[in-house]
Every structure is written in C-alpha cells, then in structure tokens.
Design a binder for this molecule. Structure first.
Ligand code: AMP
Ligand code: MG
Length: 535
C-alpha cells in the first residue's frame, strides 16, 4: 500500500533513521504475513484511515520533538500521526522480534500492529523513535488485524504519560487519534464480538528494542545478526559503555539488569501491575512498554492480576513482577550468551539483580515511610508487619500511604483519633475490628519510635512521603469512565485526566474526585477490574 497524498512538512521534525540505515532489512517489500529471516525489520507503510480525528496530544512529548501546540492541532499533524501521510524523512518499518509468552517460547512475534515512522533528532540532539500503534497489518500481524481500538488506546496514551509524571521509566505517548473506522473485537474471547471505534497512538521512545529482539536471532542460530543488533544497540543506546567487546557485552547486560530492577521497584512503589510481562514486552532500556491489560492496585493484594488471560496461573501478579523480570533477564542472558561465551559472569549478573532489587526495594520502602534510610535491624520487622496489616482488611494502597503522611504520631490523641486519617483508605469499614485497630496502633507506635531514632519532624516526614507516594494514579475505573465518554464522542475526561496526572504528587484542590477509592459499581465491571489481552 502506498501513501497517496503529498506530504507537507512539520518543519521542526528532522529525521535521521539510523535503525533502518545500519541494520539488515527484510528484502521482501510486499506486505503479507510470513517468517522473516536474517533481518531486524521489514519496511511497511501504515494503512490510511477514513477520517482521522485528534482526541488528545501530550504537550510535553510534543515539546521533546520541538513541536508547538499549533503544530499538534494542525491537519498535517493529524494526517501524519494517523498514518495517512508520510512526512519527509520518514521511513516506516515493523521490527522483527520473538518472545516467551507466559513462560513458553512463542517464536517470531514482531510488530504486528506497530509501525515505526523513523527517528527524530531534536534541537538538543536527542534521538526519539516515533511509532504508530494500530495503523494496520504488517508482515508480523499473524492472524490479527493490525488495528487498535479506542478503549485500549486511551489506556495506553494516559498510562504512558501518568507513569512518566510519576517518575517511572516508560515509553511516552505523543497523540491519540480516532481512525473514523470501526474495528471488530471479542473483548473476553467468549464469542461476544462488538464493533468498537478504531484509534492510533503515536508512541515515542529512544528505542523500542525488546529482549525478544535478541532472542529471535539466537533461537535461529543467527549469531551474525545477533552481534549486529547488539553492537548497534550498544553504540546507539549505551554509548557510555564504549566500543563493543566481550567485557562491554557483559557490562551492557549488567546495566539492563540494573535498569530493569529500578523499573520494577518503581512499579511496586506506585502499585502498578503490567499484566503481560512476556519477553517481547520487556524494553532493553528498562522502560515500561506495551500497555495492555495493566492495572493499578486498589486494595493492597500482592496476588492481584488485572489480566483475565492470566487469572489461572497469576504469573504476572503484582507480587511476582521482580521474579518474572529475573526470569526474563535469564532468557535474555541465554540469548546473548553466544556473544560472551561464558556462563558464569552472566549468572553472577542475574544473582546481582536479586541483590540490587532487594536493596532498591528497601530504600523505596524507607522513602515511602519518610525514613532517612533502611536499617534492617529495625525496618525488616516494621515493613513486614506493615505488609501484613495492609492485607488484613481491604485497604487502598495509594490512599493509605498518602493518608499515613497525615497521621500525627507525636500526639496526646487517643488511638482512634490518631488513626482517623487512615479511615479513607478502607473499603469495608465493618472489617475494622478491635483486634485490627490495636495491631495498627501498635505498628504506629513502632513507626513513631523509628522516626524518633532518625530525628525527623512531622513536617519533614509528610513532605518527604508526599514526594514518593502519589495522590493521583490512573485508577482502573477512572480510565474506564474516560473511555465510556470518549466512545460517546466526548473527549473532555481523557484530557482532564491527562492534566491531573501531570502532577500526581500535588494536592490539586478541586480535583479530589480523581483521588477517590474505587466505587462499588466498579468492583467487578469489565475494564475496571478485569482486562484481557484483546485490544
Ligand atoms: P502483546 O503481548 O499484547 O504486546 O502482543 C503480542 C504479539 O501480538 C505482538 O507481536 C503484537 O504485535 C501482536 N498483536 C497484538 N495485537 C495485534 C493486532 N490487533 N494485530 C496484529 N498483531 C497484534
Ligand atoms: Mg507487545
């Protein structure tokens, strides 16, 4: 398929497409589904859509690309980021990668509905790859249609930006555009198909390379392409490591282990569950990538997964994300082993991952509680008792930590009055038995002594805690409310949420309704507590 209309430039966008220039391309130029050998990507054009309409644009991402507000409202912008017109310098392609899905090797996957448009180098010299998600079939679409619906696109768009503003490493989202076409979906794979509005998100990241990008070559014994992609990745995305060599490959893997550990610790801090941590959904840069059936913890339950496809094994449950990340890193280690040819240092890096994760988690918990630093002698017990208390009754994690900052510990108030700010965090007040309250108050006493040890004032403590414990997260039901309205043609809530989620740690008077716990109607509504991979 070719792009018919003549493109007019968005002048600020300067493309320099290193990926397609330096890496091997699929020689086949026809767009049909196939196994693609000895290639990192296939050139493919986005499929033009009927009637593109801008729903939302993230101004901070536009700024990264030196685009103005007016640029983003222009017709050429909407045409370019719906896939209807190529801009000068764009060289669209779909990436070839494989992956382990739910623990099993799935062979070639690839960008089945993502098309990279090219790499923009901004005025600061920073490189960003632009990628459309939902803009039609590629050689990697397998049995699917290459499209995305508004429901999943709102979720990807808002969550990417919410995560960024929370300080979580993530791919970004520039724009959300309706295609003006209807897409057939079976949301729960139960035979109930429905037509839904189609949409396209433009994602932005330094690179979209995944663990699976390396796995595909080693699974095929193609060490030449494996080395080519590894060398390219190191030179482009890890230039501080120097020229590729055995030692550098190893340092590279160690860095991937570290950034992956950091990412998971952030997820734990904010209560995020990715939902589908397959190795094709793991970024080589330690970025959160591929927002599908993700969810946010409401009541604190380490066993919770939002993904109905994973409801049985719960492989990707909240409390298992670090273990899965390590398992995924182990698969990456296997994939790059031919470059290093020594198992022991790779094994060591995986062991170090566990230590790094543990240390970072401890500091994260100390930060969440406003302590100077984690001291195992006292804080192991303090944190494990808190973990237990959070699970005794249905407790909203986000509200609990935010309100904990408001509890005045150094006070003559009786215990019921002292813990009153925490009342907002409970879903079922009848669960608050005397036994529970006395355990909570005991913990608050221990917490108070621990803070006294650190010599932290109440004001310092709450200021610190409010910097790491967000007030506003993309609660599952909020995303669903925005989707419901957007599907009716009213995009105001998508834009309002985007705005509120820009300052997740600020109080934002007048926006408190977006910090409220899940209403009862959302407890078991599809999209609010249950999601599938179908999007
Ligand atoms: P996921 O784990 O959901 O990110 O996707 C797994 C694989 O399925 C990737 O290769 C995707 O590109 C592909 N995929 C998912 N949805 C579609 C779709 N609607 N059309 C084509 N490919 C898809
Ligand atoms: Mg994916």
């Amino acid at each position: 398929m070719t792009i018919q209309q003549k493109a007019v430039p968005l002048k600020a966008l300067v493309f320099d497409n290193r990926f397609t220039r330096e890496l091997p391309a699929d020689p086949e130029s026809e767009n049909y589904c196939r196994q693609v050998m000895e290639s990192c990507y296939s050139r493919v054009q986005p499929t033009p859509v009927a009637k593109p309409q801008l729903v939302a644009c993230a101004r901070e991402v536009a700024e990264l690309l030196d685009l103005s507000h007016d640029d983003c409202q222009s017709e050429i912008f909407v045409r370019a980021f719906s896939g209807n017109n190529l801009l000068p310098g764009m060289d669209p392609y779909a990436m070839c990668y494989g992956g382990h899905q739910f623990g099993n090797w799935a062979g070639q996957l690839g960008d089945g509905r993502a098309i990279n448009l090219g790499e923009v180098v901004n005025s600061q010299g920073q490189r960003h790859t632009l990628q459309l998600k939902g803009s039609g079939m590629t050689p990697y679409s397998r049995t699917a249609d290459g499209l995305a619906v508004l429901r999943s696109s709102v979720r990807e768009f808002l969550c990417s930006e919410a995560m960024y503003h929370l300080g979580v490493p993530t791919t970004r989202a520039l724009s959300l555009i309706l295609s003006g076409e209807q897409v057939m979906r079976d949301m729960f794979y139960d035979g109930n198909t429905k037509l839904e509005p189609g949409a396209i998100v433009c994602r932005v990241a330094p690179s979209f390379t995944r663990f699976g990008s390396f796995q595909i070559f080693s699974s095929r014994g193609d060490n030449e392409r494996l080395k080519q992609l590894a060398d390219y990745t190191i030179r482009t995305d890890f230039p501080h490591l120097g020229e590729p060599s055995k030692a550098v490959y190893l340092e590279w893997f160690e860095e991937i282990c570290r950034t992956t550990a950091e990412m998971i610790v952030h997820w734990t801090r904010v209560g995020f569950v990715h939902g589908v941590m397959n190795t094709d959904n793991m970024s080589i840069l330690g970025l959160t990538i591929d927002y599908g059936p993700y969810g946010w913890l409401e009541d604190y339950d380490p066993d919770w997964t939002p993904n109905t496809t994973d409801a049985h094994g719960r492989r990707y449950r909240f409390g298992n994300q670090a273990k899965v990340a390590q398992w995924n890193l182990f698969q990456l280690a296997n994939a790059i082993y031919p470059l290093i040819d020594e198992a022991e240092p790779l094994q060591q890096a995986l062991t170090d991952f566990a230590d790094t994760y543990e240390k970072l988690s401890q500091q994260m918990m100390a930060d969440k509680l406003g302590l100077n630093q984690y001291m195992p002698a006292t804080d192991d017990a303090l944190c494990s008792e808190l973990e237990a208390i959070l699970q005794l009754v249905e407790t909203d994690m986000t509200i609990f930590y935010r309100q904990l900052a408001k509890v005045i510990l150094d006070t003559d108030l009786d215990s019921a009055q002292r813990s009153a700010p925490l009342q907002h965090a409970y879903y079922v007040p009848e669960q608050l038995t005397d036994e529970y309250l006395s355990r909570l108050n005991n913990w608050l006493d221990n917490y108070k002594s621990r803070l006294q040890q650190d010599g932290i004032t109440e004001n310092e403590r709450s200021a610190r805690m409010n910097k790491v414990n967000p007030k506003y997260v993309l609660r599952n039901y909020l995303a669903q409310l925005a989707i419901d309205k957007s599907e009716q043609g009213d995009h105001a809530l998508v834009n309002e949420l985007l705005d509120v989620l820009r300052q997740p740690y600020d109080e934002q008077p007048g926006k408190e309704q977006f910090a409220e716990k899940r209403p009862e109607w959302a407890r078991s509504r599809a999209g609010c507590s249950m999601l599938s991979c179908s999007s």
